[in-house]
Design a protein around this ligand. Structure first.
Ligand SMILES: Cc1ncc(COP(=O)(O)O)c(C=O)c1O
Length: 368
C-alpha cells in the first residue's frame, strides 16, 4: 500500500496467471474466454486481462459496451464480446474497435440489421434462465435475419446457465438440451455457428460434457470456487487491507461507536480500521466480520460507520499498534468464502465489495 493510502485491495497477479494456466489446461482444446466485466470482478480489468492474455486466455467477455471499449483502449488485442446493450445505443465506437456483440433479443437483431455496419455477433439464446436471451419462439426469425444480413458475421450461439452452481439441479440438463436444439436449428437453417458456449465457472468445472467450443469463465479466473466444497487448486487473487489508525484502551461498561451497541465487559483495547460503509463495508456486517492482524483474527464490534470500523483486540497481547495492517478478507484474514458464509452472501459479491476510498495495489505479475 502506498504511504498515502489507508485502505487498498491487494491483487496478486501471480495468482491470476496461475489460475489462467490451470483453467486453460483443464479445458484442453476448448477456447477460454476470461470474463472481466465489473472491472475484472473488482481486480482491475485492464491489468488482469494483460496477465490472462499472456497465460492462455483466448478472448474476453464483458457486460457493457463501455467496458469493452475501455478494455480495448487498455491494450487488449484479443477478441472481446459484450452482451449487455440496448438497441437504442450508439454502437459505432464499439464496432470500430472490433467489439463483438451478443444478440439477446429479436429487437437487438433488428437493430443490427438496420444499422448496416459490419459486425461480428454471437446470438444469446434463452434456454431457461428467462433473463435476457432470444426466446425459443424467436430463434428461427433471428437466425434468418442474421443469416441474410451480409454485413453481419455470426460467430456462434451462447446461453447462460441458471443453476450451474448446483450441479445436480435438473435445470442444467434441460438448458443443455435446449442449447443443443438451438445449435441444430441454426445449422439446419444454413447458419454457420462454429463457436458455441454455455458454461460459466461452475459449468466449466463440473460439466466438461457441456464445454462446446468455448467456456466463459469469470469467478474461477480470480481464484475462487463457484461451488462450495470443491477444490481445483485455484489461488484467490484479492485481499482487502486497511492500515490501523488508532489503538486505544477501553474499560468495562464503556461502549464503542454509534448507538453504543457493543459494551466492553473486561478492560481491553480497541483498534480503528479506516474502512466504512462509504468504502463498501455494509452496516449489516456488524458482528459478522473478523479482521486479521498479524495472522490472528479479531472480532469487529459496534456499528459500522461511514469511514471506520472498530476491532476488539482483547488484552492486545501481541501489541497491535497504529500502522499495522488489518485484513478485511484475503491473505491473513477471513477468506472471501468464509466472509460470504458469515454475512449470508456469495464469494462473487464479496470480491465486488471494496469501493469508495479503496486503492488498488498489484503484486507479482512477472509472467507477462
Ligand atoms: C453471460 C455470462 N457469462 C459468463 C459469466 C461468468 O460467470 P462466472 O463468474 O460464474 O464464471 C457471467 C457472469 O455472471 C455472465 O453473465
Amino acid at each position: 500500500m502506498s504511504p498515502m493510502d489507508l485502505l487498498a485491495t491487494r491483487i496478486d497477479l501471480d495468482a491470476i496467471a496461475h489460475n489462467t494456466r490451470l483453467l486453460k489446461e483443464l479445458v484442453g482444446d476448448t477456447q477460454l474466454m476470461a470474463v472481466v466485466k465489473a472491472d475484472g470482478y473488482g481486480h482491475g480489468a485492464g491489468r488482469v486481462a494483460e496477465v490472462m492474455a499472456a497465460n492462455g486466455a483466448d478472448s474476453f467477455g464483458v457486460a457493457t459496451l463501455r467496458e469493452a471499449v475501455e478494455l480495448r483502449e487498455s491494450g487488449v488485442g484479443k477478441p472481446i464480446l459484450a452482451w449487455i446493450w440496448s438497441p437504442e445505443q450508439d454502437l459505432v465506437e464499439a464496432l470500430a474497435l472490433r467489439v463483438q456483440l451478443g444478440v439477446p433479443s429479436l429487437r437487438h437483431a433488428q437493430a443490427l440489421v438496420d444499422a448496416a455496419v459490419p459486425a461480428r455477433v454471437t446470438v444469446k439464446v434463452d434456454t431457461g434462465l428467462h433473463r435476457s436471451g432470444v426466446d425459443e419462439t424467436d430463434w428461427a426469425e433471428v437466425f434468418t435475419l442474421l443469416r441474410d444480413a451480409e454485413h453481419l458475421t455470426v460467430t456462434g450461439l451462447f446461453s447462460h446457465l441458471a443453476c450451474a452452481d448446483e450441479p445436480e439441479h435438473p435445470a442444467n440438463d434441460e438448458q443443455a438440451a435446449a442449447f443443443r436444439r438451438a445449435i441444430d436449428l441454426a445449422r439446419g437453417m444454413g447458419l454457420d455457428v462454429p463457436v458455441n458456449h454455455l458454461c460459466n465457472s461452475p459449468g466449466t468445472l463440473t460439466r466438461p460434457d457441456l464445454h462446446h467450443q468455448l467456456v466463459r469463465v469469470g469467478l474461477a479466473m480470480y481464484g475462487l470456487e463457484p461451488v462450495a466444497g470443491l477444490d481445483h487448486g485455484l489461488k484467490p487473487a484479492m485481499s482487502w487491507v486497511g492500515r490501523i489508525t488508532v489503538v486505544k484502551p477501553i474499560q468495562p461498561g464503556e461502549s464503542t461507536s454509534y448507538g453504543h451497541t457493543w459494551t466492553a465487559t473486561e478492560p481491553g483495547w480497541l483498534a480503528v480500521v479506516p474502512a466504512g460503509y462509504a468504502d463498501g463495508v455494509p452496516r449489516s456486517w456488524q458482528g459478522k466480520l473478523s479482521v486479521g492482524i498479524g495472522g490472528k483474527l479479531y472480532p469487529q464490534v459496534g456499528r459500522v460507520c461511514m469511514d471506520q470500523i472498530v476491532v476488539d483486540l482483547g488484552a492486545n497481547e501481541f501489541g497491535v499498534s497504529p500502522g499495522d495492517e488489518a485484513v478485511l478478507f484475503g491473505e491473513g484474514g477471513m477468506s472471501a468464502d468464509e466472509l460470504a458464509a458469515a454475512t449470508g452472501t456469495i464469494n462473487y459479491e464479496i470480491i465486488c465489495t471494496p469501493a469508495g476510498r479503496t486503492a488498488r495495489v498489484y503484486e507479482g505479475g512477472v509472467q507477462l
